[in-house]
Design a protein around this ligand. Structure first.
Ligand code: RNT
Ligand code: ZN
Length: 413
């Protein structure tokens, strides 16, 4: 049997494929709802605005137009992804006949998601939505010079914390509530400090209420630049790293939110010394924060490598953040999420002892030859065994199922 041969090949290197398979089965990935509908959301009378530099490009058929379609698409996607996972919801994805503005949302507007998630065996995470709204048109929200606009967004964020805490309590698993604000300036600002002071003051007000960490975990997400905010992002990496350390929140590192040649992999061990928990937005920036579907490329592998080598898996929440509207949205979810799992499996199937000992004795030659030779071990057999054990197709069977599902949603208007 192919897997048995593969297992022996890894064992020769001292790698236990059974342990890797068991470990991977316990790692939840928080899949983002917004890949399913191009970050549109379900608010009625939606303004034709896509502020905040978040842009899904393309018009492939099959966009989910309402919560039922999105849930059907998600159910299919999860059935193609081995293991038990989470759904990352944004506040603009409410499921309700009412149409509250963002400063009036309540738990009841999201309870249908909780019922569904419970029935599906999924965890839930949450986010305030500080974009695609008339009060975010200036790309200024929590740091807006106008007190009224700031108050509106502060109230929105406070409510998302209450909702997330209730979700976490209902689900019996902490709900990560991640704050990302688009605030920034297209051209060089005169007073960066004033904007950052306003952002800090607003965040302090948002986070003032204490919540049980067993129900809700706060996270803050930094960014370097974006379309429309090329000159300055108020919530930069330095801003939020300091803020998260001072306020003991999670820090969210989005792979597209740094200089294009920077990889967040190197930051993980550095940040982990000062912060107990980290949130990831695994993404693939191409020339800018383009949010392409993640591949099994070096960037993703290095992140997975660090999570395993620095033993950070248990204190990292792995979220995804990509959206591509030029391809099947369900396929994007499935391939992207499986790629994250494949990267983790490859990292778990690494001869750590040999590599660490080569590095410790400064034998960089051995480190290089080991690294390059173990890449040839039959990883694919272990991955397909993992899929089979968790009742999920792979290879051509997977592709056939993905195509069949897409053909069912193509007729959506
Ligand atoms: C935007 C941030 C943010 C969003 C989602 C929709 O640049 O990455 O995480 O993509 O919240
Ligand atoms: Zn992100």
């Amino acid at each position: 049997m192919a897997y048995e041969t593969a297992k022996m090949a890894f064992a020769e290197w001292g790698i236990d494929t059974e342990a890797a398979i068991s470990k991977l089965a316990t790692v939840p990935i928080s899949m983002h709802c917004w890949q399913g509908d191009d970050v549109v959301g379900f608010e009625a009378q939606k303004e034709a605005t896509s502020g905040g530099g978040i842009q899904a490009t393309g018009n492939h058929p099959g966009r989910a137009r309402n919560p039922d379609e999105l849930r059907a698409d998600l159910e299919f996607a999860y059935s193609m992804i081995p293991g038990r996972h989470r759904l990352n919801l944004h506040a603009m994805y409410l499921d309700s006949d009412e149409n509250p503005d963002r400063d009036a949302i309540e738990y009841k507007h999201f309870s249908a998601w909780v019922d569904w998630a419970r029935q599906q065996g999924l965890g839930l995470d949450f986010n305030p939505s500080l974009f695609s709204h008339p009060k975010a048109d200036d790309n200024l929200t929590l740091s807006h010079p106008d007190q009224g606009i700031r108050s509106f967004w502060i109230e929105h964020c406070r409510r998302t914390r209450d909702i997330a805490a209730r979700i976490g309590a209902e689900m019996g698993s902490p709900c990560v509530n991640n704050i990302w604000a688009p605030d920034g300036y297209k051209d060089t600002p005169i007073d960066r400090m004033a904007a950052r002071a306003r952002l800090e003051e607003s965040l302090d007000l948002v986070l003032a209420k204490k919540h049980d960490p067993a129900h809700m975990l706060d996270a803050v997400e930094s960014k370097l630049f974006g379309i429309g905010v090329e000159a300055c992002t108020v919530g930069s990496h330095e801003f939020y790293m300091g803020y998260a350390i001072r306020n003991k929140t999670l820090l969210c590192l989005d792979m597209g939110h740094f200089h294009p040649t920077e990889n967040i992999a190197d930051k993980l061990s550095a940040i982990a010394l000062s912060l107990p928990q980290i949130l990831l937005h695994v993404s693939r920036p191409m020339r800018w924060d383009s949010d392409h579907v993640i591949l099994q490329n070096d960037d993703i592998m290095s992140v997975a490598h660090e999570l395993i080598s620095a033993d950070l898996l248990d204190r990292t929440c792995i979220g995804l953040d990509f959206f591509d509207a030029t391809i099947s949205r369900t396929t994007a979810w499935v391939i992207g999420t499986r790629n994250m799992q494949k990267a983790l499996l490859r990292a778990l199937l690494t001869p750590w002892d040999r590599l660490r000992s080569a590095e410790a004795r400064l034998d960089f030659t051995a480190r290089l030859s080991l690294t390059e030779e173990f890449k040839d071990l039959p990883f694919g057999q272990v991955w397909s065994e993992f899929c089979t054990r968790l009742d999920t197709p792979c290879g051509l069977h997977l592709i056939r199922d993905l195509e069949t599902y897409q053909s069912h949603v193509t007729s959506r208007g």
